[in-house]
Design a protein around this ligand. Sequence first.
Ligand code: ATP
Ligand code: MG
Ligand code: MG
Ligand code: MG
Length: 590
Amino acid sequence: MALRMSTLFLRTLREDPADAELPGHRLLVRAGYVRRAAPGIYTWLPLGLRVLEKVKGIVREEMDAIGDQEIAFPSLLPKEPYEATNRWTEYGDNLFRLTDRKGAEMLLGPTHEEMFTLAVKDLYTSYKDLPLSLYQMLPKYRDEARPRAGVLRGREFIMKDAYSFDVDEAGLEAAYQRHRDAYVRIFDRLGFEYVAVHADSGAMGGSASEEFLAVMESGEDTFVRDDSGYAANVEAVRMPVQELPADEAARAALEEGVPAAHVEDTPDTPTIETLVASANADHPRADGREWTAADTLKNVVVMLVHPDGTREPLAIGLPGDREVDAKRLEAQVSPAEVEPFEAADFERYPALAKGYIGPGVLGEESTTGIRYLLDPLVTPGSTWVTGADEHGKHVFDLVYGRDFTADGTIHAATIHEGDPSPTGQGTLRLARGVEMGHIFQLGTKYAEALGLKVLDENGKLVTVHMGSYGIGVTRAVGVVAETHHDEIGLVWPRELSPVDLHVVATGKDAGVLEKAEELTTALEAQGVSVLLDDRPKVSPGVKFKDAELVGVPTILVVGRGLADGLVEIKDRATGESRQVAVDEAVAEVV
Ligand code: ATP
Ligand code: MG
Ligand code: MG
Ligand code: MG
């Protein structure tokens, strides 16, 4: 049945929504695809839902094609499995927690490794049951610190998450490759430019991990690539650490006896546990609450090395008001609440603006993003700064003189445009993207924590090897909107358009509407889905504007030309239009 503008639950808006900072988001709201229900929480209206269903259809087809089986877990989950893996704590404020009437603590699922692991444990016992891959496509809940650009970063969003179960590592590698191939097919079909980059496996605790980033100027992730095909999330690039500051100014400072310090990653890099303990001992919170691992994770873990060789672990946090206070460093600041970076921070820290250091929050489910408080590190005498994440990985280093000076100016951070590539082939280029998919070889982390073992051929119990594979389904709609529009509206790729054809009937002549109806029926009989603008009292100008805003790739205009037996076919993307004989219209657009 054709959609009709006269009855469709849709009101297009001429005004931009006040909270929308990106054009795709503005257009999705103005064209009546989504409505905001609360920050980061969106209602899908008829047109939006159709696009969403198309994305789901593509994902489902490709997952089914590799033999993954779709199941559906609840979103409302018990706390215990997430306690067993420590994610109840690790997730920190990102987790939506609730308590039922009997006082049992529960959560809204942010991702479902635990539940899938337990389901397989529940039903399977033997290596003969494996390999197995399962997936679902349902809402996830994360209380994101900074919901952004509508459906691009929601607090409720749909993720396709798949999990593979194999008896050994070779099986896992094969499953990973199979999912990777399916992802390539999915992202090819979704029609935006993307790259697969090496990623830090972060909190997921796995070995191999890649992200699929939609290439987008306004994306939050920075990646590098060289000419050999190497591409990596900037956080995953490991540049060689320099032994000593090569810089003259820094050397001079050292010789003059300026108290120099550098911060480095060492085996002594404190663990979260020691940091939590020392934070509670040395820096009790004003409100009397205890620091938790989640608080600490939000903060940078670094090691300060003094000229005399003494070492001090530091946890540096950015206070909620984002006022940087160098004294806090001198006072060995304690973990503090950290807010996400805002535009002003990017102006303030050129290194951030250049994307050398990505905004992110340790303690989020993705701990690869690390937020650095740069000002305090840029104190006179600091010579070398290396950050570490909570796994103790080296993340970046800043060299006095080269990267920053005593007045606090940061020239650059570790990775510069044009730096030699770690592959040894060519130089690095920096670009930005949006994380659309993430695949992990989890190994045995979750199976171990939750006791998922099967009997092998020799009757011995072995721990199952798992992989996890996510795609942002609602985010995909946001990315397509951001990458497929012009100033006047959306321009959907054919495969994702809410309908195949937008038929606009113009003019007061009753014969026009009759003809448009007739064409619509004929087109639908041929399998072409139609949105028919049959509104009787709306001017042609308004109808055209709405059609351009809504963004169906082909528009068929039935109007004045009908008197001469002609209709017009318009291409939304190019704006080109041509007249065709009304009798040929169906054949022309099918
Ligand atoms: P990001 O780095 O953007 O916060 P993530 O690394 O936390 O994403 P994963 O845990 O890897 O996300 O989840 C798998 C996929 O789910 C992501 O690749 C992304 O496409 C999607 N996704 C994650 N968070 C959101 C969100 N808040 N809104 C919409 N989609 C999301
Ligand atoms: Mg991420
Ligand atoms: Mg995240
Ligand atoms: Mg991720």
